[in-house]
Design a binder for this molecule. Sequence first.
Ligand SMILES: *Cc1c(COP(=O)(O)O)cnc(C)c1O
Length: 389
Amino acid sequence: MRDFRAELEKRREQGLYRWRRQVETPQQPDMVVDGRPVLSFCSNDYLGLANDPDAIAAARDALPETGLGGGASHLICGHHSAHHRLEETLARFTGRESALFFSTGYMANMGVISALAGRGDTIFSDRLNHASLIDGCILSRATVKRYPHCDMTALEEQLATTDGHKLVVTDGVFSMDGDVAPLPEMAALCRKHDALLVVDDAHGFGCVGPEGRGSVAHFGLGSEDVPIVIGTLGKAFGTSGAFVAGSAMMVDYLVQKARTYIYTTAMPPAVALASCTSVRLVKQADDRREHLARLINRFRREAQALGYTLMPSDTPIQPILLGDAWSALALSKALEGRGIWVTAIRPPTVPEGESRLRVTFSASHTEAHLDKLLTALGEAQQELPGHAA
Ligand SMILES: *Cc1c(COP(=O)(O)O)cnc(C)c1O
């Protein structure tokens, strides 16, 4: 038998051991964690909708009519009119003919990729794609070619030298870096080399593009350029679940083929109705997005002035690059001592030598919250000379 205990021990020795904290409040800047108050800068609740009174009221008001449980999978008897209404709402929001609602983004990616490519096909995948896209590629049994992050020359070279059915998959906004994929170039390459482009915009929806319609809309692209777009509802939308949007034919195909759609219980319908409210709130959230942009600009300016290394991002994902896992843990701990919560992100979530603190901003952060973060970062720098700069 494998020595599982020794593997755990090795993780600890390498600074790669992971543990969980217990949150005792809703997702919001001021949280209570393991019994202590902290100011959080690590949630993906970018617009502050996870605890929104209107979305909560939508779920609560729906419960007496929908009941609680999903009951069965969508193809047995679980497909509630609430789910269907959400799909229609999401199709309109993304400007697509149709949308299909999944229980999580992880499952959407596994299901969509394994349905659209199989043995003998080739999938081209950005090196920094989210784990769920990578696992979808593995599940599909297709040949996988990974290209260096956003390297369009490398992608073109790979596309040009590959025959057969080709799928290109990418994050829209990269989850651990915060930068945006060069979608116009990707769409042009896919057209030229007859490849199907799939964009997972988990971190783009709500944050970028007009009315928060995501990175595809941000570039002014449409369904001819990016035929399939995936979004999650657990981040900026503040609820739960995910969706795939595309042509009616494509959605019909996925209903037949996507195993993570077919073989799982439908999400509680009341949550789907809360998501309908969230979509409306996201569209109306220009003021929140403007406030976010101001926080992000100020953070970038002042954190860099303190000597921290940031990454080329203008989204709410603002990682501080540290390098080795111990430095990331040390800075995280120094901030925690000052009541600030930012989790260290270490391999294998990011490449070796690129451990970081993934600072994320929410529209519910105030300028005063940002003051506290910057002050703590300044003090931590004194405490950890050589580490943080
Ligand atoms: C979070 C995330 C997912 C997974 O979505 P869940 O709904 O949390 O399962 C998929 N793709 C990307 C890029 C993500 O960041």
